[in-house]
Design a protein around this ligand. Structure first.
Ligand SMILES: [Zn+2]
Length: 375
């Protein structure tokens, strides 16, 4: 017999269907089963007893149904030659709606394709836009956060931190840090912040600034520094992180694009809640490379305006980087790379020559005070 060109389904057949051979004649179809062990015999179907619909994933198959509603039998025609034969032999009434179905399917599919292409383009475009403009968005969002707000945020983290520390209230080290800070602060142009600086009794060589102008200097750093100018270098750098709102930029970036959009749209209330949770993280906030360079450069300029010898900035950074890294926490966030040193030296060469004004304190006294309190 001829090889099968269709699949037959029905009650008496297995669920996977039975291969069969279909022949089309002017009066109808003849279906022969390939493996006729079951004695299925030969079926003759006249066109008047079958109904036709389009089938298959691509609607390129013909599905013929016949029999009683309770035991419908189905024939799937896949072979294009058989389909062509069927279409030409069958009465037009039977195949008329097939073309309409095919046309509808094509139309819907093409519309779906257009919609999908559009969606993919929109989503892709958005992702790209966000990808390329995060920094712009962050900058924009940060600009819209009031300084008052930033102060509240920094202040709460500052107070939470100081509660767990021994804050030095007086002595030569406190006076020296105050003098250095005052010299710098007097030379900041357009300063919206009221800086608060605390000296904390702690061996760790570190200093940090929180958003809003809350600065902490550890006695460990004062002990390691060889002059007030070196401390001034660190403070000037930290002050400029505040002035450039680097902490806020980091937070907004960490909160993500959704928060950024929230800020831009004016949802500052919602953000206030999120920011509260971020408060703790402020203490371990790491700035980006670009922010560090900015703090270095603007810090250097501030030292210059305050007539503090800017050499201290470089010598301190360099000496610290040569030390064992363990206790020098400031270095873990401010590694002294060759590139950084080069950059600082280049920036320094650009500054006009001025005669530095020395500080009034004796550095040995300051160091003694910083160390003495510890014991
Ligand atoms: Zn820094």
């Amino acid at each position: 017999m001829n090889s099968p060109n269709a699949l037959c389904f029905g009650e008496e057949f297995p669920a996977t269907g039975v291969p069969c051979h279909v022949e089309v004649s002017p009066s109808g179809l003849t279906v022969r089963f390939q493996d006729d062990a079951r004695g299925l015999g030969e079926l003759s179907l006249s066109f008047s007893t079958v109904s036709v619909s389009a089938g298959g994933l691509d609607h390129d198959q013909l599905v013929l149904r016949w029999g009683l509603t309770s035991q419908v039998q189905t024939l799937y025609l896949k072979d294009p030659a058989v389909i062509r034969a069927f279409r030409s032999a069958a009465p037009p009434v039977l195949t008329k709606h097939l073309d309409e179905t095919a046309a509808t399917v094509r139309r819907v599919r093409s519309r779906n394709r257009t919609v999908w292409a559009f969606m993919v383009a929109v989503i892709g475009g958005l992702v790209l836009a966000v990808w390329f403009s995060t920094d712009v968005l962050v900058g924009w969002a940060v600009d819209r956060i009031p300084v008052e707000w930033e102060k509240r945020l920094g202040q709460s983290a500052y107070q939470d931190f100081l509660v767990q520390q021994t804050v030095m209230k007086e002595g030569a080290s406190v006076a020296a840090v105050h003098e250095i800070s005052q010299r710098l602060l007097e030379h900041i142009l357009d300063n919206p912040y009221t800086f608060e600086i605390s000296v904390v009794k702690n061996d760790v060589v570190n200093a940090f600034a929180l958003p809003g102008g809350y600065v902490v200097v550890f006695t460990g750093l004062l002990e390691q520094a060889k002059s007030g100018e070196e401390v001034a270098g660190v403070l000037s750098h930290e002050f400029n992180h505040v002035l450039e709102r680097h902490g806020l930029e980091r937070i907004v970036k960490q909160l993500g694009v959704v928060a950024v959009i929230g800020i831009i749209l004016g949802d500052q209330q919602g953000l206030a809640g999120v920011m509260k949770q971020v408060g703790v993280e402020l203490l371990s906030l790491k700035f980006g490379r670009a922010q560090e360079t900015e703090a270095d450069v603007t810090g250097l300029q501030l030292l210059h305006r305050a007539r503090i010898d800017p050499d201290g900035m470089i010598t301190f950074f360099q000496r610290m980087s040569e030390q064992e890294q363990g206790r020098v926490e400031w270095l873990s966030t401010h590694p002294m790379s060759t590139a950084r040193a080069e950059r600082l030296k280049k920036e320094m060469a650009l500054l006009s020559k001025t005669v530095p004004e020395p500080f009034t304190f004796q550095w040995e006294t300051v160091q003694a005070s910083a160390g003495a309190v510890r014991r």
